[in-house]
Design a protein around this ligand. Structure first.
Ligand SMILES: [Zn+2]
Length: 459
């Protein structure tokens, strides 16, 4: 689409030297015996009366182990073969199991005295308890995913099998608890068709009011903000300036990512965008082609890096942020950035307003529709690809209305929604997060987090 100006001024790549150094180090006897000593001493002192000290040691060890795991994950994501020897890999799994048992023992030790211990430890125990309750169902989904990855199952078979391994949709219940929503919140499909049909009819109306192919509708949408193009240098400067308007420390988070080469720019649209949180810092991978929507995608990932950095430095870093919380931060930063851009370059405001409209339908309403599809597939026990296709067409008809025409390819487009197998019940996360992001100002999110830290009474 942007071929005529598809040259951005640079491509960036990760520097994974810190991760490689860590992986080399854990292969050494000295490093391994030091960690073993720490784990042993923690185990021996688990009944120690000073729970705060034990907890502090658990958190410290957890950080060390997660540094190793994230170093491994990053090199694997970078397409490098694992440079761990089989012996080191085996040792790592075994030390991890020992550590998991220690956490479990500590939980038992403090369960009886929960009322008397620090609130922070209580929150941690709560998160752990929930995690333990759904471990069996999580394992079933993980096995399924593994089989699909190993090509032992086709996507369609994996999706159909999915409906069988969790007939009571307990995973959805787990996601609800994790995100502090009620089960009904997630089971309930919130209405989408009135808003989405109105939007698509408007787009078609501005054209010629005749039924139009879905492809053409997408082109019309993109045309609304096509006239702007940003080199990567310019995009990073704009995002940096927006962060600077919040405070120098926020711009510094982006500067640090650039200085230590933790941003990878892709020119291949088929790979996913993400921002990996690791004790080594946030690592961003994002597709960029200079278009308005990829500028926004870059801002989204930087938004993740901001909350990850704040979270890492906060006292509650050992309780992971939920999916909805983390997407809310990223989308709220997108909103903040677009508002800032519109105020800084008033000429761009009409394009920005159009873009916001498209995003709202895409992230909020389309994801409600996708959740509707996912939930219906799982609860109606469909076991025939033809039935799934007709469900897909019917639900999309509700979303797009009668004036958007589907072609043959579109009818089987559900086979490309990898989330249905790789991240079950995740699709609704975007809709929930988009709504929360729209009603929360980015600055309030930051302030809320800082307040939480101030209330903390410490170890
Ligand atoms: Zn995200």
């Amino acid at each position: 689409m942007y071929n005529d100006r598809a040259q951005i001024d640079m491509y960036l790549d990760w520097d994974l030297l810190p991760a490689r150094i860590i992986l080399d180090e854990i292969g050494t006897v000295a490093w391994q015996s030091r960690l073993e000593t720490d784990v042993l001493s923690l185990k021996d002192n688990i009944k120690n009366i000073d729970h705060n000290l034990t907890f502090k040691n658990i958190v410290r060890l957890d950080k060390q182990l997660s540094t190793v795991w994230s170093a491994r994950e990053l090199t694997l994501l970078n397409g490098e073969p694992s440079n761990l020897s089989p012996e080191t890999g085996y040792w790592l799994v075994s030390i991890n199991e020992q550590f998991a048992n220690i956490i479990y023992d500590f939980k038992i030790v403090i369960d009886d005295t929960l009322g008397k211990i620090d609130k922070e430890i209580q929150n941690w125990v709560e998160a752990l308890t929930h995690h333990g309750m759904y471990q069996d169902v999580v394992r079933k989904y993980r096995d399924l995913l593994q089989k699909w990855h190993n090509k032992e199952l086709s996507f369609t078979d994996a999706l159909i099998l999915r409906t069988k391994i969790d007939p009571d949709i307990r995973l959805l219940e787990s996601r609800a608890i994790e995100n502090k929503l009620t089960h009904e919140d997630l089971r309930l499909i919130r209405p989408y068709s009135t808003q989405s049909q109105q939007y698509f009819n408007e787009i078609i109306g501005t054209f010629d009011n005749k039924p139009t192919s879905i492809e053409r509708v997408r082109k019309l949408e993109a045309n609304m903000f096509k006239q702007y193009w940003f080199s990567l240098t310019e995009a990073l400067r704009l995002i940096g300036d927006a962060l600077n308007s919040l405070g120098r420390s926020y711009k510094k988070i982006l500067d640090d990512i650039l200085l230590s080469n933790r941003l990878k720019i892709l020119n291949d649209q088929t790979k996913p965008d993400f921002c990996i949180d690791s004790p080594l810092g946030s690592y961003i991978q994002v597709y960029y082609d200079g278009s308005f929507s990829t500028l926004n995608r870059l801002a989204h990932e930087v938004g993740h890096a901001i909350h990850q950095s704040i979270h890492r430095q906060s006292t509650i870093h050992y309780i992971p942020l939920t999916d909805i919380q983390s997407e809310t931060w990223a989308m709220s930063f997108e909103n903040f950035f677009l508002l800032w851009l519109g105020n800084t370059v008033p000429l761009m405001r009409p394009s920005i307003e159009n873009f916001i409209k498209v995003q709202e339908i895409e992230m909020n309403y389309r994801h409600r529709m996708l959740h509707d599809f996912e939930l219906t597939v799982c609860t109606s026990g469909l076991s025939n690809p033809r039935d799934i296709t007709s469900l897909w067409v019917n639900i999309n008809r509700k979303f797009y209305g009668m004036n958007v025409l589907f072609d043959k390819n579109f009818e089987t487009a559900w086979m490309e929604i990898h989330h249905l197998v790789s991240a079950p019940f995740y699709l609704s996360t975007y809709a929930f997060a988009k709504e929360q992001a729209n009603s929360t100002h980015f600055i309030d999110l930051i302030n809320e987090n800082i307040k939480k830290d101030e209330n903390y009474d410490g170890f």
